[in-house]
Design a binder for this molecule. Structure first.
Ligand SMILES: Cc1ncc(COP(=O)(O)O)c(C=O)c1O
Length: 387
């Protein structure tokens, strides 16, 4: 029988999924230094196995499937204690926290919660590539607001206001931002004018560089419904243990909490073992996370000092996060630039992977193992220095 399934229906149907020129060149290359990786487990940042074993141990003795649609109470309490320790502290009740399998899943739940097909969300225009596909999966449009490179990639409030229309349902903010490292440190007047719910991704909050700390976005806008996203994949370098969360401030919980609880109950995506471990992970991770932060800061120091010697490349010290998003002055064609660097043995991402179309930019991850980072940057400087 002939299938009656239309060829161009569903997620990414009709999209060109063939590898782009950079990906084709990467596949054909070997032995290059990959300066794009954000995966801590590949670069020697390994959460202490003994802490994981000890944290998991009590689970086996009392193991019983007893799910809570918001996530296990002890895990949610541990998350509220974490927010009390942020600067300034954010006070939350455990029932304002919803545990998910990851931050990415948290986004997906919130897109479903807040928007109908055909609605739109506002997202930064240099942006984390996940948003585009998530929006497509939910049949919502992304309308982009500008980040202003000349002001340390701060939010351009006029473009935020101009992008909103009657079908805009929420604003996406990433602070510290991926890839620019910008941290929102003051209230954004335009957000109060819009009055829309805000989804603020703070997965890099504990990794500050130029800024002394990352104020929880919900403390800057207590009157707006704010959904704060975070998880253990960056915070504890545990992307494989799959645990994220949504922390609702009081307005978000009052307006959306009951519906979000039902939505999370549909999937119960977070596994019980990791949830059971979470209080012990918070309690026994300080030494590891301090060492990880020191290493990332030292790598950013080193990379910035080295890149300052390259006349055609301008790398601003980020407020936070672990990426450098550097501007390259003498090139217009980012694809040619990245291919040129790959031929010389180093892989970086072009700005257009992040939707940046203003001049040539390169993303360099300072999470990569420091010796490899140093060698990679030496190659970049040599390849870009004229003469
Ligand atoms: C800004 C940002 N948010 C979320 C994530 C994904 O987090 P999770 O592993 O919890 O889905 C990433 C991963 O790179 C990220 O860069």
């Amino acid at each position: 029988m002939l299938s009656s399934v239309p060829a161009a229906a569903g997620f990414l149907a009709g999209a060109d999924l063939s590898a782009n020129a950079i990906e084709r060149a990467r596949r054909a290359s070997s032995g290059y230094l990959d300066l794009t990786s954000g995966n801590p487990t590949r670069h020697g940042l390994i959460f202490p196995p003994q802490v994981l074993r000890t944290a998991a141990e009590p689970y086996w003795a009392t193991r019983r499937y007893d799910p809570d649609p918001l996530g296990l109470p002890a895990a949610r309490e541990a998350i509220t204690r974490y927010y009390l320790g942020r600067i300034p502290p954010l006070r939350l009740q455990p029932d304002q926290v919803v545990i998910t399998a990851s931050t990415s899943e948290a986004y997906s739940l919130l897109f479903t919660l807040l928007a109908d097909p055909g609605d739109n969300l506002l997202a930064p225009d240099v942006t984390y590539p996940l948003f585009e596909h998530l929006a497509a999966a939910h049949h919502v449009a992304l309308r982009t607001y500008r980040l202003d490179e000349s002001r340390g990639w701060q939010i351009d409030e006029a473009s935020l206001l101009a992008q909103a229309d009657s079908r805009t349902r929420a604003v996406l903010i990433v602070s510290p931002h991926n890839p620019t490292g910008m941290i929102v440190q003051r209230p954004v007047v335009a957000l109060d004018q819009l009055g829309l719910p805000v989804i603020c991704d703070e997965v890099f909050a504990d990794f500050t560089y130029r800024a002394p700390h990352t104020p929880p976005f919900a403390t800057l806008h207590p009157a707006l419904p704010v959904f704060t996203l975070n998880g253990i994949s960056k915070m504890f370098a545990l992307p494989d243990l799959k645990l994220g969360w949504i922390a609702m401030n009081a307005p978000a919980a009052a307006m959306f909490g009951a519906r979000l609880e039902i939505l999370n109950d549909l999937y119960l995506g977070a596994n019980s073992l990791t949830q059971a471990m979470l209080p012990a992970l918070f309690a026994n991770s300080a030494e590891f996370t301090a060492a990880m932060r020191r290493r990332i800061r030292a790598s950013l120091d080193m990379a910035l000092a080295m890149l300052a010697g390259c006349p055609v490349l301008r790398a601003q010290p980020p407020d936070g996060g672990y990426y450098l998003f550097a501007h390259v002055q003498s090139w217009d064609d980012e694809e040619a630039l990245v291919l040129h660097l790959l031929e010389r043995g180093v892989l970086v991402h072009p700005g257009f992977f992040y939707g940046c179309e203003d001049g040539a930019h390169l993303l360099i991850s300072c999470l990569v193992e420091p010796e490899m980072l140093k060698r990679g940057i030496e190659i970049i400087i040599q390849a870009l220095t004229p003469g």
